[in-house]
Write a protein that binds this ligand. Structure first.
Ligand code: COA
Ligand code: MG
Length: 382
């Protein structure tokens, strides 16, 4: 139906633009939306939209009644993304107590080869019994086995016919666009069997090899292109750093200096394609101070969240990816100062001893937006 890609801002997304009462399905990053205090959306930065619309040979229109999740994609905070090995019922039973943003039922490397079948069946049972009325937090997601493992099809065939679908599927070890094409075609075919699916599922793409890193822009572009004709819309890029280290022959350290280039590159590409960027796992899970340091570092680098493996990592990680009260106050006052100076015709100005111009105002807006979204998501669902 849609001729174009959905568009996203860094903290919220939609692919429909209403002009004079008509809703246009639009493509590319031609516009951004931001949240007002009451949660409604405000369009900004729509320059280029009209030009693009004119250049298009055709465009789709929609009515509000036809809005689906695929056309209005909400930002889901994933400050901590926690693996729960799906073969382990004791760990699955812990899910309601974790207080984590995102749970990943793992079928892949957290599950022994001879337990794959059991893992799939546990996920299916969980999703069949999952109540839509139950809290939206944590977000329930699934990591399937990689396409090249030969196990992915069976994962999808067991899990996707479930009564309730996971909101996101993590696809590990995406080394190139062929893996992505195979995944979206296979999964879309299975989803379409005997049911009408109106919702889109978020696609979470894993970078875990040198080839994957090199191909990342092409992979992200292809994921957006495929989203118009499949049930999957890209939402995040995850850095699988242990497999990456094995691939490039690096020695993994807690300081993660060996990963600096890849981490910065992944953040840049993910943000260029308006996707979330999820940072590396801190495997030494008893070292809480080390985790805190690395999580804060990841947040400062631009990552939106971090993978975790143990319940003790949840609060540390989520705190690191939530703007502090002081930072929010700084951002709000800076924006007020900016608006005041704009009215008086002044560009750069001084705020708390620092020179402020547009890039800092944009950073301050990011902080306020993120804080509001996290607050809203946690207040209404916890
Ligand atoms: N999800 C849910 N609950 C978990 C959990 C997880 N990932 N990790 C630990 N727990 C639970 C344990 O079951 C235990 O609860 P219980 O005493 O009621 O059984 C409690 O938290 C404390 O766990 P602890 O005894 O400290 O750890 P453990 O020896 O049970 O497990 C790991 C340690 C590392 C094996 C485990 O945390 C784990 O499997 N993590 C995920 C690994 C993974 O998926 N890796 C692949 C992706 S990188
Ligand atoms: Mg991995």
């Amino acid at each position: 139906m849609a001729t174009f890609r959905p568009l996203l801002s860094s903290h919220s997304a939609t692919s429909i633009l209403n002009i004079n009462g008509r809703n246009f399905v639009v493509s590319g990053h031609v516009a951004e939306v931001s949240f007002r205090n009451d949660g409604s959306r405000k369009w900004t930065n729509i320059r280029g939209f009209a030009k693009q619309l004119l250049q298009c040979s055709s465009y789709s229109t929609d009515t509000p009644a036809e809005f689906t999740r695929g056309h209005f994609q909400k930002y889901i905070p994933r400050r901590a993304v926690m693996y729960v090995p799906a073969s382990d019922l004791r760990k699955i039973a812990k899910i309601p107590t974790l207080g984590v943003d995102c749970v990943v039922f793992d079928c892949e490397d957290g599950v022994a080869v001879n337990k794959k079948e059991e893992a799939r069946n546990h996920i299916r049972k969980y999703l069949d019994n999952y109540s839509k009325n139950s809290s939206a937090r944590p977000e329930i997601t699934v990591r399937v086995n990689s396409v090249q493992s030969g196990l992915c099809q069976q994962d999808l065939e067991t899990i996707l016919p479930a009564r309730h679908l996971p909101s996101s599927i993590h696809v590990p070890k995406v080394d190139g666009v062929d893996h992505l094409k195979w995944f979206t075609e296979t999964a879309t075919k299975i989803l379409g069997k005997g049911r009408n699916i109106h919702q889109k599922i978020n696609l979470i793409i894993f970078v875990e090899s040198a080839m994957s890193l090199l191909s990342l822009p092409h992979i992200c572009q292809t994921a957006w292109d495929l989203s118009t004709k499949s049930h999957f819309v890209p939402d995040a890029v995850v850095f699988g750093s242990d497999d990456y280290c094995a691939d490039i022959g690096a020695t993994r350290t807690n300081e993660a200096k060996e990963l600096l280039y890849a981490r910065q590159y992944i953040v840049s590409v993910a943000k260029a394609f308006k996707l979330q960027a999820i940072d590396i796992v801190y495997i030494d899970y008893k070292d809480t101070e080390g985790l805190r340091k690395q999580a804060i570092e990841g947040a400062q680098m631009g990552f939106t969240g971090k993978q975790i493996i143990h319940p003790t990592q949840v609060p540390i990680c989520q705190e690191a990816f939530t703007p502090s009260l002081e930072k929010i106050e700084w951002a709000r006052e800076l924006i007020q100062g900016f608006e005041k100076h704009q009215k008086s015709g002044k560009g750069a100005f001084t705020f708390r001893g620092q020179m402020i111009d547009m890039p800092l105002v944009l950073q301050a807006r990011n902080i306020v937006q993120l804080a509001e979204i996290v607050e809203k998501a946690t207040a209404t669902t916890s």
